[in-house]
Design a protein. Structure first.
Length: 291
């Protein structure tokens, strides 16, 4: 089971930033060939990212993902051809319109893994699931899942552009309704597909207190991890999306109580009643700690 609490974006055309990110505590690095790289530098980014992947030591590194350019651009196949090989753990697919795009990407990966001598299914897929209007309408399709699908994340900036909106915020600074819908749809789509829901970035990397508050709220709502845009955010994200000692102790009490009464539908702990959904959540907490 791949642990995906913190996923740190790194421009794919900067060896210096890639080496710096490699030493962070991020669970995964996302080598970005899309938005962080100008068109004139796409080729440089591909070769830089490919060299970094080839030099990665498998025993002592974060998981390595590459965000390729969207499937309907001329860059995508060139991106995939350059980076699919030993060292690559996953592809981040931006501007996906639904599960059909995951299937298309999976077919490309089948061929490229065979070319590279990799075991079938070695490369997973993380989808940015809400960046187009069609994507938001098609989130329910992820319930069909896919063998390569590892998780769903979401974003508000590209959706704003797709909708022709001047901002994705209300006057009070909160997300506007359609972007709150996108966030909820990501969470629901990931749950339906039984994959990790990954929350979007927190833009102000200097605001550590705001990041922590937002991560705590995010985890309470069900998100399993978060995108990071700066190494300074990683430690906070890892801490907030990891079970605390108190969480683990209580989860063990719930599991032990149901184990002692296997026929019970509900059990009492400290004067409160807990039922089978609480047992499911307790097991999930313990599994996350074990990962």
């Amino acid at each position: 089971m791949m642990r995906l609490r913190s996923l740190l974006f790194v421009p794919g055309d900067s060896t210096r930033k890639l080496l710096r990110a490699r030493d962070s505590a991020a669970d995964a690095l996302i080598l970005d060939l899309e938005d962080a790289v100008a068109d004139a530098r796409k080729g440089i980014a591909r070769s830089t990212a490919a060299a970094f992947l080839q030099s990665a030591h498998p025993k002592s590194r974060p998981a390595l993902f590459v965000r390729v350019n969207p499937l309907d651009t001329p860059h995508c196949l060139a991106d995939l051809a350059a980076v699919v090989g030993p060292g690559l753990d996953g592809i981040v697919l931006p501007k996906a319109n639904g599960i059909e795009d995951v299937t298309r990407l999976g077919h490309h990966l089948d061929a490229l893994e065979a070319r590279a001598g990799m075991a079938p299914g070695s490369v997973g897929i993380l989808v940015v699931a809400t960046e187009t209007a069609a994507a938001l309408l098609n989130v329910r399709g992820y319930r069909r899942a896919h063998a390569r699908l590892l998780g769903l994340t979401w974003g508000a900036e590209d959706l704003s552009a797709a909708l022709g909106a001047s901002t994705n915020r209300r006057e009070d600074g909160a997300l506007a309704d359609v972007y709150r819908l996108a966030r909820a749809a990501c969470l629901l789509g990931a749950a339906a597909a039984a994959v990790a829901p990954i929350d979007t970035l927190y833009a102000d990397f200097r605001d550590a207190e705001g990041l922590e508050r937002d991560c705590i709220a995010s985890r309470r709502q069900g998100f399993a991890g978060r995108i990071a845009i700066h190494p300074a955010q990683v430690d906070t994200i890892n801490r907030c999306y990891s079970p605390s000692d108190e969480d683990l102790a209580f989860a063990r009490r719930v599991v032990d109580a149901f184990a002692a009464a296997p026929e019970a539908g509900t059990i009492g702990i400290d004067g409160r009643m807990y039922d089978r959904p609480h047992l499911t959540q307790a097991r999930r907490v313990l599994a996350a700690a074990q990962a």
